[in-house]
Design a protein around this ligand. Structure first.
Ligand code: ADP
Ligand code: MG
Length: 361
């Protein structure tokens, strides 16, 4: 078990300026259950392979418990890694596959037997222990692959790279729960890579959102939802994602076309600093207030269409020439006439060139 610290990490596969990872500083605390979430191609596997030592970074350092491990091989780093596709020895039995990492360590046969049976039980592989791996289904092979990652409890960390891709949907949920249980039981640092926000939120206590080779926010699922530090987090987390509306500065806040959105004085001071290419107001569809009558701060909008999703409704609206969405509970009637919108101050975020503007302390 170890704290994993990444310092000024950068990587380019070509050696040129096309960086797959850019200027990454990050700490995975010892014993945590973390997710690394981001779209395909954002650099998740690159980062994982640098941590495990399969890949040498072009720049920067990886430290385990404060000790640089850049020069160490994957074996020396003592990391278990589970990949997207199963890695099993086809000619060996399931038992031998699971026992392999332990035999390599020279563990006593009796203890191996106990550990293998324990992990087989957790992953529901017990009936298959005597079977050769080549005769297994893709699901089963992946479970064996995961078992090989989980069987050792002396590892510095376990890294999972989209491990449930080949797993049947009904099994996915179950396996995710199991991984969480295993984490609670052994308290090993785990980093779980996925492009699925639900998967990330069910597994992890804290999620690192990755975009364009950088970690743009590291927080609890709630923090990512309520206070996205980067407009990409707003857009990527939530369904649908955050509304991002182009605005212009005004002394008491920002303007959205003809409309004025007042902001607290401390934030107005930030807006007054200026210098951004793009200034956006962000508000999640869940937090947009929808009224049927005008009031002081409500903004007249046009309702374009409504999607009824059973337990809630999504309204698509137009406000000052820009599209946005609002989410209504199922019992709320959709206004038949004119629509007025309210943006409650606590949920209205401001982004300058994609970064959240915070009031200076
Ligand atoms: P993710 O796992 O998030 O989908 P990757 O880490 O695999 O992303 O890839 C990040 C970027 O690096 C992508 O642009 C990808 O095309 C590029 N890349 C990944 N592996 C290699 C490689 N072996 N050689 C060259 N480019 C690569
Ligand atoms: Mg990948």
């Amino acid at each position: 078990m170890a704290e994993i610290r990444l310092q000024q990490l950068a990587h380019s596969y070509s050696g040129g300026a096309d960086y797959a990872l850019r200027q990454l500083d990050h700490v995975w605390a010892q014993g945590g259950a973390f997710a690394l979430l981001g779209p395909s191609g954002c650099g998740k596997s690159t980062l994982l392979n640098i941590i495990s030592g399969l890949l040498t970074p072009s720049e920067g350092q990886v430290l385990f418990d404060g000790r640089a491990v850049n020069a160490l091989t994957p074996e020396q780093r003592n990391i278990a890694q589970v990949f997207q596709f199963p890695v099993v020895y086809d000619t060996m039995t399931v038992f031998d596959n699971l026992a392999f990492p332990l035999r390599n360590q020279g563990m006593a046969a009796e203890r191996i037997e106990r550990k293998v049976r324990e992990i087989a039980e957790v992953l529901e592989l017990t009936p298959l222990l005597a079977k050769r791996a080549r005769n297994l289904s893709a699901d089963e092979k992946q479970k064996v692959s995961m078992g090989r990652g989980l069987v050792r409890d002396d590892v510095s960390a376990i890294l999972f790279d989209e491990p449930l891709t080949v797993i049947d949907p009904h099994l996915k949920w179950k396996l995710r729960r199991k991984l969480k249980q295993i984490h609670e039981q052994f308290n090993i640092t785990m980093v779980y890579v996925t492009h699925d926000q639900l998967e990330a939120a069910t597994f992890a206590d804290k999620i690192a959102v990755m975009y364009g080779g950088q970690i743009v926010q590291f927080g609890t699922p709630r923090e990512l939802f309520e206070r996205p530090a980067h407009s990409f987090v707003g857009y990527f987390i939530g369904s649908p994602g955050m509304n991002l509306l182009d605005v212009t500065p005004w002394e008491g806040g920002v303007c959205l076309g003809e409309h004025r959105l007042p902001l607290p004085p401390a934030l107005c001071a930030r807006v007054a600093e200026g210098g951004w290419q793009r200034l956006q107001a962000g508000i999640r569809p869940e937090f947009v207030k929808v009224y049927e009558a005008p009031s002081e701060h409500a903004l007249a909008a046009q309702l374009l269409h409504t999607e009824d999703l059973g337990t809630y409704k999504i309204l698509t609206l137009e406000l000052a020439g820009q599209r946005l969405k609002a989410r209504l509970p199922e019992q709320r009637e959709v206004p038949a006439g004119p629509v007025y919108l309210g943006f409650p101050a606590p949920w209205l975020m401001l982004y300058g060139d994609d970064h959240l503007l915070e009031a200076a302390p």
